[in-house]
Write a protein that binds this ligand. Structure first.
Ligand SMILES: [Zn+2]
Length: 207
């Protein structure tokens, strides 16, 4: 039963919510009637007589019939059928527990920025590999044939392109952060895209 243990994501938020809102207040907020000793009808099985006990001092809840147990957050998660993380935020919202202090806000912002950067790097690597791979194929083809108008290009540039490709495979972040490399890859992309539309030996121009 995964939801019965408290959670490792957002430990700061869980701590704040659990400190601010006790087990009894949580259960009562969701319509559970709790007697003086902390017993209530279990909402997680067809319970007629109270078989769930809510413990004081942050010790959570336990149903002696169906075995459901956990803390405030997992209770709400299970009750509403949402993730622990959503449950924690829901509790914070309902009881007005402040979660965003300046530091937290900055951390969030930084996390968002680094997420965005990871996405950009991944997209850059995907695109670079595609075009470098394509260009490599074109060069390989050209250098097989002395008559090919791109023969010399094939001879001169293949090694370089393989080097770049290898670099993008191994450390895409470094390449992404290197302006010169990004510019070169951009050039190669345009070169490969225009491969067949350049003036040929017969002077024909297309595109
Ligand atoms: Zn139960």
């Amino acid at each position: 039963m995964r939801a019965s243990r408290s959670c490792r994501e957002d430990p700061e938020i869980y701590r704040k919510v659990k400190e601010a809102v006790g087990m009894r207040r949580t259960a009562e907020r969701y319509g559970i009637r709790v007697d003086k000793k902390g017993w209530c009808v279990c909402p997680f099985h067809q319970d007629r007589h109270p078989s769930m006990k809510l413990f004081p001092d942050g010790r959570g809840y336990y149903c002696f019939t169906c075995g459901a147990g956990g803390d405030q957050i997992t209770f709400v998660a299970r009750y509403l059928g949402v993730s622990n993380s959503s449950a924690a935020r829901e509790l914070a919202r309902v009881f007005g527990v402040p979660l965003t202090e300046p530091a937290t806000y900055r951390e969030k912002r930084e996390a968002e920025l680094s997420r965005r950067k990871r996405r950009n790097v991944a997209e850059f690597a995907r695109r670079s590999k595609l075009w470098l791979g394509l260009y490599r194929g074109l060069l390989c083809e050209a250098r097989r044939d002395l008559e090919d108008p791109h023969f010399l290009e094939g001879i001169h540039r293949l090694e370089y392109v393989e080097y770049l490709l290898d670099l993008v495979e191994r450390s895409p972040e470094e390449v992404y952060g290197n302006r010169e490399a990004v510019r070169k890859i951009g050039e190669i992309e345009r070169r490969a895209a225009g491969w067949y539309s350049r003036p040929g030996e017969d002077g024909a121009v297309s595109g």
